[in-house]
Structure formats: structure tokens, C-alpha cells
Design a protein around this ligand. Structure first.
Ligand SMILES: [Mg+2]
Length: 678
């Protein structure tokens, strides 16, 4: 294992270089071996040839010395051999085998008896021995003997070992250097690639690329890696965008907002500066989505996000929190006016109508503001407090803003409890209906009832204007409205079944219900389910219903009218100022808002308004209902103005089912439906 680790630590370049050099060693060794062996063989052959020549020379020159028995001449001939350092000794024997003359190198002695010579070369103990017969024609004159040592051969051997060793080493170094150079050329880009891959794997950064430009396999490899990194980088960018940006508006999403907010808090904490978190929620956006579809809702959100970005200062940012909620982060706040300047701009810009696919859309926004450091020390509490302030703003009406106050926290806990209780109430159908009679102006004839939803929590009656906005916000309004619709139809038919004269039942439906694609089917099946004739049902709508969706409302209301259901405008005079819808839509009844009725007898301007509404309604052949009539004076004025129907405490408060039945029985004089005109 340790060995493996060591091998791994040697880099690719050196591994390859060492492999190539190792492969080079074998042929170099063989070459060196051959060189050495050849040199030695040559040297040995030369040495033997020299000695052979010498003995031949000795044989031919010593003949006369032997013939004339001249020992001095023979000794002189032999001593000439000392010029050959290898010569150990040389001897001349006469024909009788006796030593005739001899030469011995100092320190050498004769160590081979003449009997052992056989004419061949004898090797023994690093020495060699030659002998040759000396002949004169047929006569045997004697024998010449030479012995030489092989010391010079041994010297030559070490010399050759040294030479071939150096040659081997030199070749090895040359091979190493040449391979180093060549490998460098080939492995440098691979090493760079390995370095790049290592860098990418370690740092998860995909922006680096290698310079390609080679037209070989390595060039292809670099191109492949670069392309792969391009793809990964694109995917990474997409992943990052998906994780941090809203797909529709391309604004930062809540994840990135939290990061930025944390960062802003850090900096503000260090610099002792202030920041503000603005929580924006569009008012009645759901109605647009429900009635005109998500495509138009999305387009509107896009336009709004562009408006918000346009309002920002350089140091600010805006994120989409989700749905129709946005969060703006304002940094370096020097004075509260800085915030208000921007908030007012936001509310004003967003309240300007937007045109989406030919629809003129009116939208407003509610804003909650929390500031650092006074309203929260961390991002979560700042956002929570801005959100709570936004709800407070919304509860004050549309297009408002509120700064966070700690007293809001109690309200927020209360609201949370209300939400929970309302979920239970919807599940258990804990609501009930009260019925407020509507009488003809003569005060005698009951023409109908308005069904009003009521809810009791732990025995306490919660006002509808307190719980209905929450029902709407938590998305339960549709279910609640369906319940009201079915309940009102059931109870109305039960009076008819009990033999009471048929009267009209009015129910209040929110814009979101009317704009729902299933609106017609829901109403038709509630009527069919109960057996109530459509002419005994009236739906009351507020002007806001037509604010953003007249083109959608028209066909739905027309089909309801065709079915026989009547349509009334509730709280008339308080909403949308453009009244052309009165002409375009199949509206049969106008209910003048209670605030105008309350002012009757107190303000001439008010009376002028009421008279105008009545005149307008009558010119459009509509029935006029005065709501919240509490005094005889109000009744008389309305009678003088030729108002058709009266509803209010003057005649009756809202009644429970039994009381309403008694009221109807008592007044039993019905009834042509609702209006004298319809
Ligand atoms: Mg009403």
C-alpha cells in the first residue's frame, strides 16, 4: 500500500520518462557488453599473434646459434624479448632437450617443464605458454619456448570496462536528456490538462481553458476537455440561476435575498448604518389570476418587477419573495425620508394602470417596512416584521404602507390563531347565515332577503370585515362562497316548501368567485341541487369585480342573467370611478352604499350624490336599493327621490332563520318580485 502511494506520488511526466529510460538501458547494456567482449577478444588475439610472431622469429634466428653452439648469440636473441613487457621467460633447448639459453624477466621463474609442451598454446594461472620446434630441413635442432603473462589483458579489461562504462553512462544521460526534451513536448499539454482537471475538481471553478491549436490527438483531447468545461460551466450557471433567481421575473429569489440581506446586515453592523426591508404584496392579484388566467397574471408580474427595478437606487435591490410578493432591500438609509420617498414612489408607480394583452389592469400594493437595527438584528426577524407590517397596512385598505411596531406582534399572533380557527371553521362549516329583509319603499312588502355570513369564535361574534379578508388571503374564500351559495338556496327553497310566498335571496360573492372559470356551473348546480328557481337568486357584486376584468365578467354575467339570476351592484359609489360598466353589463340593481344613506338629511352634497345615483340607475332601467336605512328621515328622503327598495335597521336588523321566517309570515303580502320594474 505504501509502495503504491509512493508510485502515485511520482508525477506522470517522470513516470513516463523513467519508463523510456529503463527501456533504453537494456539495448545500451547489450551494446556495451558486445563492445567490451569484442575489444577483449581482439586484444587477446593480437597478444597471441604478437607472441606467435616472436616465437617464429626466435625459431628462424636461433638456428645458426644452435648449429654453431653459440650460446652467447642465443642469449642475446632471447634478451631482445624483454621489449615485450608481457614476456615472463623464453628458453631455447638443444636437440637433446637440455636448456641451451634462456631469458627470465626479473622475479620470474620457469614453471612449466619442457615435457609438458605439445606445440599448442597452453593457458594456466593467468599465463600462457608457446613452444615451437627448431628445424633445419629434416634435422631437429631444438625447441623454442616463450611464456607470457596476461597482466596486460587484465589491464586492458579494466580499461575497456571503464571505457564502455563511461560510454554506457554517457548514452544513458544522452537518452535521458533526449527523452526529457521529447517527453516534455508531448507530456507538457497532458500535464497542463491534469493540472486543469485537478484545479476544477478541487475548486469547482469552471472558467479556465487550455490553449488548443494543436492538430493531433492531444489537440483533440484539449478541445474535448474545453468543450466539456463549457458545458459544465453553462449547466453550473443554469443551476446557480435556478437556485438564486426567479424564473419568471429573473429577479433574485428568496434564497439569494437572504444571502444579500445577511451580507447587508453585516456591513451595516460594522458601519453603524441603517437598512430597510420593504415587504410588498399586491392587492387583489388573485382576482386577475383567477379571471384572466396565469399567463396575464405572469405578464403583469413581469411589468411590475420592471417598474420596481426602475425605482431602485444603485445600492438597493429587489427580489421576488413568491407569488405576488416582492421584497426590497434599501441600504445606507440616512433618514426616514429616504425610505418614504421610495415607498411612495413604489405605491404610486404600481397603482398606475398596466396594459397586458389588451386588458387595462388596475393594481395596488401594500407595503410593510422593517428597519435594521431597531426592528430586528437578523434577516429572519427583519423579514418577519416587515411581513407583519405589510398585513397591518393591508388591513387599513389597499395601497398603504406601515412601519413595524412591536405592538403589531400581538396582532400577528392573534391573526395566526384566526387563520387556524378559520381553517377549522371551513372544515366543520361553523358559519351561519343571517337574513336582512329588503322591503319595497311602502315599508309593507318584503321583496327579498340579503344573506349575510356570520361566524362565532368561542361564543363571540367576529365581524365579517375582520374574518373575510383573512379567509380571502388564506385561499378559502371560494369554499366559503360555495357554502353560502348552497346554504342560501337551500333555506330559500325550504320557505317556499313551507308555503311561504317566494322571495328573492341575495348573496354577496367576491370578485374571485365570479371570475372563476366554474362560476356559472357552480351557481347553476347549486340552484339545481336545491330546486330553487334562478329568479329567486340575486348575486351582489362590488365594483372591484369589474376593475380588472370587464371583458371576462361580461360573458359570465350575461350567461347568469340568461339563466334567470339577477345581478346587483353592492356598495355603489365607493369603488371604481368609471361607470361605463353599468351600461355594458347585465346589471339589474344598484345598492347605494350605506355611507351615502347615513349622510341624508345632513349634507346637501350627499343628497345630490344619492339623487344622481337614483337618476342614473333609473335612466338605465335599474332597481335602486337604499342600504343601511336607519331613520324615518332617511326613508322619507329616499321615498321622495323615488328609491325602490329599503334595507336597514329602520325596518329590521339581520335575522336568524326562524326570525326571518316569522318576519316573512307576519308581512305575508307578497309579492311581485323585487321590483316593481323588473
Ligand atoms: Mg351586500
Amino acid at each position: 500500500m505504501k509502495k503504491n502511494n509512493r508510485v502515485k506520488k511520482i508525477n506522470f511526466f517522470h513516470k513516463q520518462l523513467l519508463s523510456v529510460v529503463a527501456i533504453n538501458i537494456l539495448p545500451l547494456l547489450i551494446m556495451s557488453g558486445l563492445l567490451y567482449s569484442n575489444a577483449i577478444t581482439d586484444y587477446k588475439a593480437n597478444l597471441l599473434e604478437t607472441m606467435d610472431n616472436e616465437i617464429n622469429l626466435l625459431v628462424s634466428t636461433s638456428k645458426s646459434a644452435l648449429l654453431f653452439d653459440d650460446q652467447d648469440a642465443a642469449t642475446e636473441l632471447l634478451s631482445a624479448l624483454k621489449s615485450y613487457t608481457s614476456t615472463r621467460y623464453a628458453q631455447l633447448y638443444d636437440a637433446n632437450g637440455a636448456v641451451f639459453a634462456e631469458y627470465k624477466r626479473p622475479g620470474q621463474k620457469v614453471d612449466m617443464p619442457i615435457e609438458q609442451f605439445n606445440g599448442e598454446i597452453i593457458f594456466r594461472n593467468n599465463n600462457f605458454y608457446l613452444s615451437k620446434a627448431i628445424m633445419m630441413d629434416e634435422d631437429h635442432l631444438g625447441i623454442a619456448v616463450i611464456s607470457a603473462d596476461t597482466n596486460s589483458l587484465a589491464m586492458q579489461k579494466s580499461h575497456y570496462i571503464l571505457v564502455t562504462g563511461w560510454a554506457f553512462l554517457g548514452s544513458l544521460v544522452l537518452a535521458y536528456l533526449l527523452n526529457w526534451k521529447i517527453q516534455k513536448r508531448f507530456t507538457a499539454p497532458i500535464s497542463e490538462l491534469i493540472g486543469l482537471v485537478g484545479y476544477v475538481a478541487k475548486n469547482k471553478k469552471y472558467h479556465k481553458r487550455l490553449d488548443g491549436g494543436r492538430h493531433d490527438e492531444i489537440g483533440d483531447l484539449i478541445l474535448g476537455v474545453n468543450t466539456m468545461l463549457d458545458t459544465i460551466e453553462t449547466h453550473e450557471q443554469q443551476l446557480y440561476n435556478r437556485a438564486n433567481y426567479d424564473e419568471l421575473t429573473q429577479l433574485p429569489n428568496r434564497h439569494l435575498l437572504m444571502e444579500r440581506l445577511d451580507h447587508a446586515i453585516d456591513i451595516a453592523g460594522r458601519n453603524k448604518s441603517e437598512i430597510a426591508v420593504l415587504f410588498l404584496d399586491l392587492d387583489r392579484f388573485k382576482v386577475i389570476n383567477d379571471s384572466l388566467g396565469h399567463g396575464i397574471g405572469d405578464e403583469l408580474l413581469l411589468q411590475i418587477s420592471e417598474k420596481l427595478v426602475g425605482i431602485l437606487r444603485k445600492s438597493d435591490s429587489v427580489s421576488r419573495w413568491g407569488g405576488d410578493e416582492f421584497v426590497m432591500l434599501l441600504e445606507n438609509i440616512e433618514q426616514v425620508e429616504d425610505i418614504e420617498l421610495i415607498v411612495n414612489k413604489v405605491i404610486l408607480e404600481l397603482s398606475k394602470p398596466a396594459i397586458v394583452s389588451g386588458h387595462l389592469l388596475h393594481i395596488t400594493t401594500s407595503v410593510g417596512i422593517a428597519r435594521f437595527p431597531q426592528d430586528g438584528k437578523d434577516s429572519l426577524s427583519l423579514l418577519k416584521h416587515a411581513d407583519i407590517s405589510m398585513y397591518q397596512a393591508k388591513s387599513q385598505g389597499v395601497g398603504q404602507f406601515r412601519y413595524f411596531k412591536s405592538s403589531m406582534l400581538n396582532k400577528s399572533v392573534y391573526r395566526l390563531r384566526m387563520e387556524m380557527e378559520l381553517h377549522n371553521a371551513v372544515e366543520n362549516e361553523d358559519f351561519f347565515l343571517m337574513y336582512q329583509p329588503q322591503l319595497a319603499i311602502d315599508g309593507e312588502t318584503v321583496v327579498g332577503f340579503e344573506a349575510l355570513i356570520r361566524w362565532k369564535l368561542e361564543g363571540r361574534l367576529i365581524p365579517p370585515d375582520e374574518f373575510l379578508p383573512i379567509v380571502e388571503e388564506i385561499g378559502l374564500m371560494h369554499r366559503v362562497s360555495l357554502w353560502v351559495l348552497k346554504q342560501a338556496c337551500q333555506q330559500n327553497i325550504s320557505w317556499q316548501n313551507a308555503g311561504l310566498p317566494p322571495i328573492k335571496m341575495a348573496i354577496n360573492l367576491p370578485p374571485s368567485f365570479v371570475m372563476h372559470q366554474q362560476c356559472f356551473n357552480n351557481i347553476a348546480s347549486a340552484l339545481a341541487g336545491s330546486g330553487l328557481e334562478p329568479e329567486y337568486l340575486e348575486i351582489e357584486l362590488t365594483e372591484n369585480t369589474f376593475l380588472n376584468a370587464r371583458s371576462t365578467a361580461g360573458p359570465i354575467l350575461q350567461s347568469l342573467k340568461d339563466l334567470g339570476v339577477s345581478i346587483a351592484i353592492d356598495d355603489f359609489g365607493t369603488g371604481y370611478s368609471c361607470m361605463s360598466y353599468l351600461q355594458d353589463l347585465p346589471i339589474g340593481t344598484i345598492k347605494i352604499d350605506g355611507s351615502f344613506i347615513n349622510g341624508l338629511g345632513l349634507s346637501r352634497a350627499n343628497e345630490g350624490i344619492v339623487q344622481s345615483i337614483i337618476t342614473l340607475g333609473k335612466s338605465l332601467n335599474m332597481t335602486i336599493v337604499g342600504e343601511c336605512v336607519e331613520t324615518e328621515q332617511q326613508l322619507n328622503i329616499l321615498r321622495d327621490m323615488e328609491c325602490d327598495i329599503i334595507q336597514g335597521y329602520f325596518h329590521s336588523k339581520p335575522l336568524d332563520f326562524d326570525e326571518a321566517e316569522n318576519f316573512l309570515t307576519r308581512k305575508q303580502k307578497p309579492l311581485r318580485l323585487r321590483s316593481i320594474k323588473n
